[in-house]
Design a protein. Structure first.
Length: 516
């Protein structure tokens, strides 16, 4: 019987390793009916985790550690799922329990470091990564994670050393090559790093992901030396690889846009003013990626009364996704009291972040889809929308790799189509909320920094502070791909960069012509 269970477990484990998660789930459910086994519950949790069914995975890991409190892997996986659900305090408790049970279990230190990094507790993140390196200093990803923290803190030299260390351990760890490319300015084609990346493409057996990082890095390098043809050649290769490995249909966002318009066209805020609203003062910065939102974040977070929590996605995860049709109708009819629980959960999660001021700044870009809900649940909030020249904006997106891409990011036509959907939905919101949403044009901010900064501070009811003009001198953490640009004084070279790519990207630009 035990031998048969072991045999079946190995077969299912192989299916998990092959990415056949649903098949593995089906067989595990059958097997677990007659076998209360912690290994199987942990494996089932991992399958659900891979399919983003996080609540189900949490239940599985909980079962696993109840059966066997010594299953440290299950503790670690439990903590990961809790973190993904934004249940940060619970996740930290689980990780610490795992460390107490097995102080040399490296994965737990790494994941606790990831949690602390995500919630802006950078010193604690660094300490946990360093503890992991004490256990094993030959893991590229740990050096990489530590480098990311130092980069966020604008400690660029330390970050560069760690990225290079990661590469010295594993030459194929090309995500570090890409990070290095964003931190430096290339002056000629003979740059050693360019030669090294080209040699890797030629001589190493790389998978698609490893190649893509090099292609994007080379695209950036050749743009630096004004070889735009070669730059585009590599950017195109990188985008093609990234897009083919993502399942995405633009119809999803078209349907979302239509649904929002249908549901919010008759929104009457005065009717729902009696609904419980959030008392926390929040500034929401939103817009397209690469539109200048990080720059605005840096300016406002330099104010003594403001703390940024970065791109959290909290509104979507903790409020919008919890609202079904019935609750939506109740909210609109002004007789809902359940939003108290949603707001309470949101505030509890915010408290896990390293916030030291009365005003928080949430820079979740995709909140432009959620402006209606923000105005309902956060009536005291301020919304600032950053808009950039569509050609420059879409080019900048095309040139970059994103941590959580949806698919449209890597395709010329889909990118332009998505941009048009964003433009339409912002016009829709502006028609409803008028001056309650402040539009800041990126080019105006670049050319008239002080005037634009004053406008934003006045809109947010913040006093003038000269510090906001010297944002690049302030120690504000930046965790986006814009870190290197936002840590410098304002410069104008990013304006009208699209002119160098107009022939190569004419399909995309032609779809954007109507917007200019």
């Amino acid at each position: 019987m035990v031998q048969n269970l072991k045999y079946k477990s190995e077969i299912i484990s192989n299916k998990f390793q092959a990415g056949k998660y649903q098949e593995a789930i089906n067989e595990l459910i059958v097997l677990l009916k007659n076998n209360e086994n912690d290994f199987l519950w942990n494996l089932l949790g991992l399958c659900y985790q891979k399919l983003s069914k996080i609540n189900k995975s949490i239940d599985c890991f909980d079962r696993a550690i109840n059966i066997n409190p010594k299953n440290i892997a299950a503790y670690n996986n439990f903590g990961i799922s809790l973190k993904q659900s934004k249940r940060y305090e619970e996740a930290e408790t689980i990780f610490n329990q795992a460390i107490q049970k097995k102080p040399d279990y490296i994965n737990t230190y790494v994941n606790l470091g990831n949690l602390k990094n995500e919630t802006y507790h950078f010193k604690e993140a660094i300490n946990n990564y360093l503890k992991a390196l004490e256990i094993n200093k030959n893991i590229s990803s740990i050096h990489f994670n530590l480098a990311n923290v130092y980069q966020s803190l604008n400690k660029i030299e330390e970050a560069e050393k760690l990225y290079n260390t990661a590469l010295s351990i594993n030459k194929k760890f090309t995500i570090a090559d890409h990070k290095l490319s964003l931190l430096k300015k290339y002056n000629s084609e003979s740059d050693p790093h360019i030669k090294e990346m080209l040699a890797k493409i030629k001589n190493l057996e790389l998978n698609d992901n490893e190649k893509a990082y090099l292609y994007f890095a080379l695209g950036k390098a050749y743009e630096d030396i004004s070889n735009y043809e070669k730059s585009f050649e590599y950017l195109k290769l990188g985008n093609e690889i990234k897009r083919k490995n993502l399942f995405y249909d633009i119809k999803v966002h078209k349907q979302l846009s239509q649904k929002i318009k249908e549901n919010f066209i008759n929104l009457n805020l005065s009717k729902i003013e009696n609904n419980k609203t959030c008392d926390q003062e929040i500034i929401f910065i939103l817009g397209m990626p690469r539109s200048g939102t990080t720059l605005v974040e840096q300016i406002l977070a330099s104010h003594s009364e403001v703390t940024t929590i970065g791109e959290t996605n909290l509104v979507d995860d903790l409020i919008v996704k919890k609202i079904d049709r019935e609750l939506f109708e109740q909210i609109f009819n002004g007789n809902n009291h359940k939003n108290i629980d949603l707001i309470s959960n949101y505030l509890k999660t915010v408290n896990s972040y390293n916030v030291k001021t009365k005003i928080i700044l949430d820079k979740t870009l995709t909140n432009f889809w959620n402006i209606g809900f923000i105005k309902i649940f956060f009536q005291k909030s301020k919304i600032i929308h950053i808009k950039r020249n569509p050609y420059d904006n879409c080019l900048s997106i095309y040139k970059n790799i994103f941590e959580s891409p949806e698919g449209w990011n890597y395709d010329e036509l889909e990118l332009a189509e998505y941009y048009r959907l964003y433009d339409e939905i912002m016009k829709f919101w502006k028609n409803i909320f008028k001056s309650e949403v402040l539009d800041i044009q990126y080019e105006d901010l670049i050319n008239h920094q002080e005037d634009s900064t004053k406008k934003m501070l006045e809109f947010c009811n913040l006093s003038w502070q000269q510090n906001c003009l010297k944002f690049h001198e302030n120690k504000i953490a930046i965790k986006t791909i814009s870190v290197n640009q936002a840590n410098k004084p304002i410069y104008k070279t990013s304006i009208n960069k699209s002119k160098f790519y107009k022939e190569n990207l004419k399909k995309m630009f032609s779809k954007l012509d109507i917007l200019n």
